[in-house]
Design a protein around this ligand. Sequence first.
Ligand code: FE
Length: 300
Amino acid sequence: MLPRLTESIGFMMTGENYRTAVRITPGVPATDGAGVRMTRLIGTANLDNVNPFLLLDSFRTENPDDYIAGFPSHPHRGFETVTYMFAGLLRHKDSVGNEGIIETGGVQWMTAGRGIVHSEMPEQKEGLMWGTQLWVNLPASEKMTDPAYQEFDADQLPKEVRDNGVEIVAIAGTTSQGTVGAVKGRPTDPTYFDVHIPQDESFTEAVPGTHSGFVYVVQGSVAISSGVGDDSCVVQTGNLAILGDGDAIRLTGRDAANRVLLIAGRAINEPIARGGPFVMNTEDEIRQAFTDYRSGNFLS
Ligand code: FE
């Protein structure tokens, strides 16, 4: 029993129980808005949600026909949308006068709350349009909160550079080295890190055991390792890996350049009722959302 005890003490001292990938998916092709072509990774028939994350879309194209129609005026209620642009320009405009452009490297964390009607339109007519949108659920107590925005340009997002060359852009959450993400005060206590990992180098980070999490590979490929034995699995560009239980993660870069989004949040243990652009707790609340939208009730 002694070796086991020693092992156990060593384990507790590091406090690291590395998460492994319990599922890997490339997502499915999707078209949304007025005909924007994208890949849907979360919010599909096979992967309804990674609680509290309701949807993850990724778009990357140099063909304006794939994106130029954009997302004309549409509503949201009951959750948050997080738009992060890797390349290109997206103009956001809502029906109560808020307007701005999310530029390359910029992020918009929008709390729709009780209701926002907005458009999201490409500001460019050519060139690469590359980005992602995540939907984060709100607990019942905050679904009807006032709409709010947290928006940051690339140069406003905190960055951390580690000794081994790993670079982290901290959008939300705090790294183990103390870099605090730009987005604050969200009920799911989210982590949203954009991580650049050089070849053969590792990124090790705490991920709270209370949180659901996933890794989305933006560029290159990474190995997700449990830290025990040779049991890592490799996740390729464009794939999403859902993480199992644990309180840390170790990712190793496999290509010349590797970039991943590490996203985690506290699950909301409440019923989920979806109705297009509305996500509430009950079907009655979805019907009410449609009624309020049609009567212009969520704009005050
Ligand atoms: Fe929208």
